[in-house]
Design a protein around this ligand. Structure first.
Ligand code: NDP
Ligand code: BG6
Length: 504
């Protein structure tokens, strides 16, 4: 640690929100937190983890004594790591004073060690460096595994062995997907817990507030009034450079089995006994266990292919040098799921997730049934077939909740129009929404488990997907190819049409 840090010049004052969120017990004693980002050379580390750590530092949410280490096989010096990290840091509100200075201070606390993920010796070298920085204080260690899941177990073993002589806590955050199927997940569950960063998204956290603290939604939240529910995840970029991880997993394991299914469980669960993490998880498990395993005919898979637009060539999935040329890994999937309980019997829950599509969005779309005996259809012959109410919860970007309603067009005649009752977050709240990873890292430092997935939840989630994933892989089903930047394969529309639904 540099001179300034020793003098305490770089300590930060926790913001009120941070104190409230984190309790901040950790700041008050002579302890230190060492955060090691394992897989620091990768996509997630660059895009999310380092920026989230900086945001927490900027807000004063990290304890006074902390050090960050990057660890991966790639060779890098401390200066090269800082250079790589510096390119991804942003200030929440650009004009805030001292942002550049804070970035420099933050970067001085970042170091790098190169090693193999399964080498106890290399982790022992890291331990030696961590000890030098910890300077004899009570040492708490957080390892963030930002690597492909098939190497989790080795890395956890080495990380925990290397930290066995420390006198504080050691925590390991493990990313999704947790395993490849029910069996590999069960093997991992014995020792580890998994996170799902979608549970930390503002609008996903708000889902329960919307449902359980507004009288008008809960009475309608069932098969009598809801015709279908859609869970949509779409990205307008491909998997560039991530083949080392992605090709072995595919979009169903990457997004559907975890992020979309977690949202579905929160959406569809019964009212929990309390807001305690365990009570909520109990309800999520119940709803997951009431679901039918997915059938092969209810799944559509796609893979993006190269497309030229405006003279620009957008590469196909297999054009990436980290992806095998003959890969059948899906980069798009759509599926229909069903919950066999009294509340949701017969209501299709349609999921769609894809890379390299025409837009970036994550949404929950709730389509309500037709108004029975609609007076306006009868009196005016107005075609209201398409005009059922729809509630849209836009998780990102441009976070919003809006309800599509039918409305009279102002004037002397009687014409109906579809309008939105709209809660656009940016218009209502001036405060920037924190990234899910900030919440997650703070919770991990504080030992709060609400964003972690319990092992029985995982078992239930894998039971739904494992049989169909096995079937798709055994039968070597070829995905439908779709052009980079398009709306995805047409098969997804046929699937929705089978359930008399249109994608929103
Ligand atoms: P990357 O492909 O970027 O892999 C991360 C690092 O792991 C690489 O830099 C590489 O480091 C090492 N690595 C990659 N492939 C292998 C391999 N086959 N064997 C050994 N080491 C390998 O993946 P991501 O960062 O995208 O994803 C990592 C984890 O994070 C996954 O579990 C994913 O589900 C999760 N995740 C990713 C998100 C994202 O936006 N990218 C968001 C949420 C979760 P080196 O070669 O230097 O050792
Ligand atoms: C990760 C997936 O879990 O989520 C990535 O591995 C995906 O493939 C990412 O890009 C999306 O996260 P966010 O927060 O940017 O929507």
């Amino acid at each position: 640690e540099d001179e300034n840090m020793k003098k305490g010049l770089l300590s930060v004052t926790p913001s009120e929100e941070c104190e409230e969120a984190a309790g901040f017990g950790i700041n008050k004693d002579d302890s230190t937190v060492s955060i090691t980002v394992v897989g620091a050379s990768g996509d997630l580390a660059k895009k999310k983890i380092f920026p989230a750590l900086f945001a927490l530092y900027y807000e004063g949410c990290l304890p006074e004594h902390f050090t960050i280490f990057g660890y991966a096989r790639s060779k890098m010096t401390d200066a090269e790591l800082r250079n790589m990290v510096s390119r991804t840091l942003t200030c929440r509100i650009d004009q805030r004073e001292n942002c550049g200075e804070k970035m420099d201070q933050f970067l001085k606390r970042c170091f790098y060690h190169s090693g193999q993920y399964d080498s106890e010796d290399h982790f022992a070298e890291l331990d030696k460096k961590l000890k030098e920085h910890e300077g004899g204080r009570v040492s708490n260690r957080l390892f963030y595994l930002s690597i492909p899941p098939n190497i989790f177990v080795d890395a956890v073993k080495c990380a925990s062995l290397s930290s066995s002589s420390t006198n504080g806590w050691t925590r390991v955050i493990v990313e999704k997907p947790f395993g490849r199927d029910s069996e590999s997940s069960a093997a991992l569950t014995k020792s580890l817990k998994q996170i799902d960063h979608y549970l930390g998204k503002e609008l996903v956290e708000n889902l329960s507030v919307l449902r359980f603290s507004n009288l008008i939604f809960e009475p309608l939240w069932n098969r009598q009034y809801i015709r279908s529910v859609q869970l949509i995840f779409s990205e307008d970029f491909g998997t560039e450079g991530r083949g080392g991880y992605f090709d072995n997993y595919g979009i169903i394991r990457d997004i559907m089995q975890n992020h979309l299914l977690q949202i579905l469980a929160l959406f569809a669960m019964e009212t929990p006994v309390s807001l305690d993490a365990e009570d909520i998880r109990n309800e999520k498990v119940k709803v997951l266990r009431s679901m039918r395993p997915i059938q092969l005919e209810d799944v559509v898979m796609g893979q993006y292919k190269s497309h030229t637009r405006g003279g620009v060539v957008y590469p196909g999935y297999t054009d990436d040098k980290t992806v095998p040329q003959n890969s059948l890994t899906p980069t798009f999937a759509a599926a229909a799921l069903f919950i066999d309980n009294a509340r949701w019997d017969g209501v299709p829950f349609l999921m769609k997730a894809g890379k390299a599509l025409h837009n970036k969005r994550a949404e929950i779309r709730v389509q309500f049934r037709h108004v029975p005996g609609n007076l306006y259809n009868r009196s005016f012959g107005t075609d209201l077939d398409q005009a059922t109410n729809e509630l849209v919860i836009r998780v990102q970007p441009d976070e919003a909740i809006y309800l599509k309603i039918n409305n009279k067009v102002p004037g002397l005649g009687m014409r109906l129009d579809r309008s939105n009752l709209n809660l656009l977050y940016a218009a209502r709240y001036s405060k920037e929404i924190p990234d899910a990873y900030e919440r997650l890292l703070l919770d991990a430092i504080e030992g709060e488990r609400r964003l972690f997935i319990r092992s029985d939840e995982l078992d239930a989630a894998w039971s739904l997907f494992t049989p169909v994933l096995k079937e798709l892989e055994e039968k070597k089903i070829i995905p439908e190819y779709y052009p980079y930047g398009s709306r995805g394969p047409v098969g997804a529309h046929y699937l929705a049409a089978r359930y008399k639904v249109r994608w929103g």
